[in-house]
Write a protein that binds this ligand. Structure first.
Ligand code: FEO
Length: 405
């Protein structure tokens, strides 16, 4: 694929990774893209690079528009490997190019490469680089996604190059939101955007809200958002902003997800009457078995629901290992504005339910207690108790959810 013009004289020159399924532990069944952008102006300027494996693809795309050695400036919005991996090779071909990045970006760059001969300029929010007819304004965005991160705004094009923010992990021949929606659907684009936010940006909701507010106060006119992964928001940039603001404000669906694993099926059997109880309170419910589901899908479904019931058998007085793994992922993502409960089976000891509630509390999540436990195998009475537990849990969730309506 060659470069694609996204605005007059501004080109996408990235790479599509159809094959990646494990993105630093995040399962990517739809692959991803590494987007970067080339501006043809008095001073030709490249914004970001691609993952190392795609260096030659990125170079070919650039060379399809201009000889790479003519590039005068390279903006590095983020130093993570998927966006800066090709920089070493690009600097071999354009050694005179001046690099623009944040102070923390430079620190990281110095660790990844021998930068002794590179001209690196560190920039802060509000600093402007004029490259001809276009001016680039830098906006630091620390922790979105790393401490070094920034965005680049091109005023004359109304274009915000947003780096990781507003992206999706999805490989597609579509470069733009309207193309993707026509070829697939709006709901698929939304789901992909939520999935990415849940697995990558969930811990930073407060910062996201503050950054969007800051950008709004700067009065920037944004008619296109071009992230470094996935689809460019050409037709619906405001949708991307609204989705992020909603997620950062704790908005989600009035829905309950049951996430569980099982040893001899007793915990699994319990999920059915619990789900029926939830359903009979008029609440949507999804049931996810951990070892049958990629972890990042479980995380996404957690995030798309107001509440989560986690089910685990007790094994050697401990929570089941796959459930512990889920909780480890969740803890790192620092979820907020969600309500939780626990259930599970045990033989003679018990312990998983207690452990789960302790973990929920450490994460400062709301809990509905007590959970429900069953010894060995659910009896008919136990199944009735589970059904009632589902109904009672759903009623509490409805009350809690009303805080967000
Ligand atoms: Fe897509 Fe934080 O790198």
């Amino acid at each position: 694929m060659k470069g694609i013009e996204i605005k007059p004289d501004i080109y996408w020159t990235g790479a599509i990774d159809w094959a990646v399924r494990d993105f630093h532990g995040y399962v990517t069944p739809s692959g991803t893209t590494y987007n970067n952008y080339l501006i043809i102006d008095k001073e030709p300027t490249l914004i970001d690079t691609v993952k190392y494996d795609f260096t030659e693809v990125g170079i070919e795309n650039i060379n399809s528009i201009i000889k790479l050695s003519k590039i005068k400036n390279i903006v590095i919005n983020h130093i993570e490997n998927d966006h800066m991996g090709a920089l070493g090779r690009i600097m071999e071909l354009a050694p005179e190019a001046a690099i623009y990045t944040t102070a923390k970006g430079k620190q990281g760059m110095d660790r990844f490469f021998d930068t002794s001969k590179w001209k690196i300029n560190t920039v802060k929010t509000g600093e402007v680089l004029t490259i001809g007819k276009y001016t680039l304004t830098f906006i630091e965005s620390p922790m979105l996604h790393w401490p070094d991160s920034m965005m680049t705004y091109i005023k004359e094009a109304g274009l915000l190059i947003s780096q990781d923010a507003f992206g999706q992990h999805c490989a597609s021949t579509a470069r733009f939101d309207d193309e993707f929606i026509e070829q697939n659907s709006l709901s698929e684009l939304e789901d992909s955007t939520v999935d990415y936010y849940a697995n990558i940006l969930m811990p930073f909701g407060k910062l996201i809200k503050a950054k969007i507010t800051e950008i709004q106060k700067l009065g920037l006119s944004i008619d296109m958002i071009a992230p470094d992964h996935g689809i460019i928001w050409r037709k619906h940039p405001q949708k991307a902003i609204d989705m992020y603001l909603d997620m950062a404000s704790g908005k989600t669906n009035k829905k309950i997800t049951i996430i569980y694993d099982t040893m001899w099926h007793s915990t699994e059997v319990m999920t059915h009457p619990i789900m029926l109880g939830i359903r009979d309170e008029g609440i949507d419910c999804k049931v996810i078995k951990l070892r049958a589901t990629p972890m990042s899908v479980a995380i996404k479904e957690f995030w798309k629901s107001r509440a989560c019931l986690v089910g685990s058998p007790t094994l050697n007085n401990e929570v089941f290992p796959s459930v512990a793994e889920f909780i480890t992922h969740l803890r790192g993502l620092r979820p907020k504005d969600r309500i939780t409960g626990a259930f599970g089976s045990f033989g003679w000891g018990g312990g998983a339910i207690k452990w789960l509630y302790e973990e929920f509390k450490k994460m400062k999540l709301e809990t509905i207690e007590p959970g429900i436990g069953v010894q060995y195998r659910p009896s008919t009475e136990d199944m009735d108790r589970c059904y009632q537990f589902g109904r009672d849990f759903a009623k509490e969730v409805v009350k809690y959810h009303s805080n967000y309506e």
